[in-house]
Design a protein around this ligand. Structure first.
Ligand SMILES: CCCCCCCCCCCCCCCCCC(=O)SCCNC(=O)CCNC(=O)[C@H](O)C(C)(C)COP(=O)(O)OP(=O)(O)OC[C@H]1O[C@@H](n2cnc3c(N)ncnc32)[C@H](O)[C@@H]1OP(=O)(O)O
Ligand SMILES: Cc1cc2nc3c(=O)[nH]c(=O)nc-3n(C[C@H](O)[C@H](O)[C@H](O)COP(=O)(O)OP(=O)(O)OC[C@H]3O[C@@H](n4cnc5c(N)ncnc54)[C@H](O)[C@@H]3O)c2cc1C
Length: 692
């Protein structure tokens, strides 16, 4: 890339150098970083990751050095090239789905094909018959057709039952007619639709024999495979610039009585019979929402990685960045020189950043557990057993909401913790944050989704008999009975270190959730409160329940398991006392910091006393001290390479200042000629002719 300014090459940052500071941090670690990386990913995934990274890093088309200077059109073209390149590399190197996902994660840019991979393929896979998979899935996997997922409309997104697009069965020709009856029914937001896709999953109301059967998925070819023009009766366009996600062409689409064969209704679960138009009900009414459950489970896992990335940049930078001299505890170099203190040594910075490290680990472990639960559901449902679905839907809804909220808040906290440089694109936060943001809205707005979780729990509590039955079966609400059965119990903590006891932590979280649930049920059943008047409480219930799950899963991960049930990753963890020690500190910080952030609810439940809340703060401070020597090593263990981070601040080698000035010298604005004389030309309101 062209450099527009020549930077004097003899200048280096003042001592100590960033690389030296990070090396000192790394030498303080009490555990083996490589061992923790292996415990997170396993040896097989890690070696695949390294192999793929090597290929991507050296590929000129996937070079990222220019992207911070690009405008939307240029970025979009780059994203299309990069999407094509990953597909070519996948074919050359025979990558499987997991390897393809690793490559996409490393290249780290949503693109025109992203929704093809994340929603179009999974929808056909999950909702199509074998015949439909042959017709649509196979060419889609080979990228002979490119698809998108058009569910949301201009007037409705959250309320899926309120979608207006119709798909009416025409027995005479054995076709469906897809139609947009109102402007509000225009499909809107579908990723890849604007300029790229030639096929779409369209969620439309199925109407047969005059009866409205609600939204169902249909495959519609939307563009000509040769000319790439929209097919007759279909109007398509890109929806325009957005807050972020500008490398994907989110689109709109209108249908004017467009005919598709009956075959194109995805019919794994519900069907329309040829000629009679008879409708066959699915075994569970919500199976057509299956793609959303899958993607929500992926969003939970991805939230952990997003937090790890934010923490990596901000913790490394805070170890390199120095401001003021802490006179009571100055930073002294080996040669005796007193230097400014690394901002990571200020307790306020630790209080802001270390909980983000803890959130990353907590959500990573729960993400793994939810992924396994989803696999278990798919396995059972393939044998006609859908009993896990209700619980899976409830937990993925609430956890998608909670974890993406945590990630969005913490990415911004981490960015701000980098001071002024955090505001520069070179920090690696700008597009990362902008592109992460829609996770709180897509696949269900985060506030709406908490209603799904709370309703499941409240129903369970209302039907007490069924509750005890369900809670025994349910992987996520088993804890509640224990606490509901004895509402007057009090927390046993008598000294700050008692807060480190996992049983104590679980009891505190369990009582608080059970208290909120019991109170809401009382308001609804005995005080006849409406659902709408309870929405704030309902949001609290979902969050309380999901925080319990996160804490519970973290504790579970650290507990010894029978060797049979342990996979390689857990074995590494359990065979290493130093790993267990450091992760126990991280787990404690997650549990206690989350408790402190929601303290009013814990106090309100009467289980925790004000005196105990003071002890809680003492213990949090203690946990921060425990983590301090391991802070850099804990983020290093996530093994997020510079290629992914693309950050001057979060570089592994600590060369922050050298990179900042080098990247600034490449800003194209530095290379243009400007006329800054205000009187050199006449400017007209509608015909601005500045000489730039
Ligand atoms: C090759 C590489 C592959 C790579 C893959 C990588 C993947 C990467 C993923 C990351 C990238 C993500 C990109 C995403 C892009 C955005 C795409 C979208 O936004 S698309 C657009 C996304 N849009 C949205 O997400 C819209 C959000 N809105 C909705 O989902 C629904 O309107 C609703 C759930 C809010 C209400 O639904 P409504 O029909 O009014 O239903 P009621 O409330 O009346 O409940 C009735 C009963 O049904 C139950 N139940 C409900 N849902 C489910 C379910 N899913 N299941 C089971 N059950 C469910 C409920 O519990 C209740 O049970 P009960 O009490 O009777 O026992
Ligand atoms: C970048 C991006 C990509 C997307 N990609 C796709 C895609 O590929 N395909 C697709 O189909 N869709 C896509 N979407 C759309 C997305 O799924 C919807 O925007 C999302 O489901 C939210 O729906 P909405 O926009 O209708 O929000 P609304 O429901 O209009 O939300 C507005 C506000 O109303 C509140 N609200 C609404 N109803 C209630 C209620 N009952 N109780 C309490 N509060 C309520 C919400 O909390 C929110 O604060 C995408 C969106 C974005 C931002």
């Amino acid at each position: 890339m062209t450099s527009y300014i020549k930077i004097p090459s003899h200048l280096t940052p003042s001592d100590p150098q960033g690389s030296e500071l990070l090396a000192r941090e790394r030498s303080k670690a009490t555990f083996d970083v490589n061992e923790l990386t292996l415990a997170l990913y396993g040896s097989e995934e890690l070696s695949r990751f390294k192999k793929i990274l090597k290929i991507l890093e050296s590929d000129p088309i996937l070079d990222k050095s220019n992207i911070y200077y690009m405008g939307r059109t240029e970025l979009f073209k780059y994203a299309l090239r990069k999407d094509k390149r990953i597909i070519q590399l996948a074919a050359t190197h025979k990558w499987n789905v997991d390897e393809f996902k690793i490559a996409s994660r490393l290249v780290d840019m949503s693109g025109p094909y992203s929704i093809h991979q994340s929603m179009f393929l999974p929808t056909i896979l999950g909702q199509g018959t074998e015949e439909q998979k042959r017709k649509f899935l196979n060419p889609a996997i080979r990228h002979e057709i490119i698809g998108c997922y058009a569910q949301t409309e201009l007037g409705h997104g959250s309320n899926v039952q309120g979608l207006e697009t119709t798909s009416t069965y025409i027995p005479e020709t054995d076709e469906f007619e897809i139609h947009t009856p109102h402007l509000t029914a225009a499909k809107w937001w579908a990723g890849g639709l604007g300029r790229t896709a030639n096929h779409s999953v369209v969620m439309a109301r199925l109407i047969t024999n005059g009866q409205d059967k609600g939204p169902h998925p249909f495959i519609v070819q939307i563009r000509d495979l040769t000319t790439h023009e929209p097919l007759p009766g279909i109007t398509i366009g890109d929806i325009g610039p957005k807050f972020g996600f500008n490398t994907t062409d989110n689109g709109f689409m209108l249908f004017d009585h467009v005919r598709i064969p009956r075959f194109n209704m995805l019919s794994k679960f519900s069907k329309v019979t040829k000629g009679t138009g008879e409708y066959k009900n699915p075994p569970n009414e919500k199976l057509s929402y299956g793609t959303m459950v899958f993607v929500r489970s992926v969003i939970i896992f991805n939230a952990g990685l997003a937090l790890a990335r934010a923490a990596t940049i901000s913790v490394r930078y805070s170890a390199v960045r120095r401001q003021f001299v802490d006179k009571e505890n100055p930073m002294i170099l080996p040669n005796g020189q007193v230097v400014e203190t690394a901002v990571l040594d200020y307790t306020m910075q630790q209080y802001r950043l270390f909980p983000v490290i803890a959130q990353a680990y907590a959500i990573y472990f729960t993400g793994e557990i939810i992924t396994n639960l989803y696999k278990q559901y798919i396995d059972q449902s393939s044998r006609g057993d859908f009993s896990l679905l209700a619980d899976l839907h409830a937990s993925t809804s609430g956890l998608k909401s909670l974890t993406s909220d945590i990630a969005v808040d913490s990415i911004e906290d981490c960015r701000r913790s980098c001071g002024g440089h955090g505001y520069s694109n070179f920090s690696g936060f700008t597009r990362f944050y902008q592109d992460y943001l829609p996770n709180t809205t897509w696949e269900g707005d985060n506030y709406i989704l908490t209603q799904q979780t709370a309703r499941y729990i409240i129903h369970s509590k209302q039907q007490s008999e069924e509750f005890s039955l369900r809670s025994n079966e349910s992987p996520t609400i088993f804890y509640m009975l224990r606490y509901l059965s004895n509402p007057s119990q009090k927390c046993t903590v008598i000294s700050p270190s008692d807060f480190k006891n996992p049983e104590v932590q679980l009891a505190i979280y369990g009582y608080r959730a059970a208290y909120l649930i019991a109170r809401a049920v009382d308001q609804i059943d005995n005080h006849k409160k409406s659902w709408n008047s309870m929405l704030v409480e309902i949001n609290r219930i979902s969050r309380a329940h999901c925080q319990y799950i996160l804490v519970h899963n973290f504790i579970l991960t650290l507990q010894p398991q029978t060797s049979d049930s342990m996979n390689e990753k857990r074995r590494i963890l359990h065979n290493s006392p130093s790993l267990k020690t450091v992760l126990t500190s991280v787990c404690n910080l997650f549990a206690l910091h989350t408790m402190e952030k929601n303290l009013s609810e814990f106090l309100e439940s009467g289980y925790l006393s004000p005196k105990q809340s003071e002890m809680l703060r003492v213990q949090i401070s203690e946990s921060l001290n425990e983590i301090r020597p391991n802070a850099v090593a804990l983020v290093d263990a996530f093994y997020l390479p510079d290629y992914l981070l693309n950050s001057a601040l979060g570089r592994y080698d600590g060369k922050v200042y050298e990179t900042m000035i080098e990247w600034a010298s490449k800003e194209p604005l530095n290379g243009i000629t400007l006329d800054i004389n205000p009187y050199s030309e006449k400017l007209f309101r509608n015909d601005v002719k500045a000489k730039i």
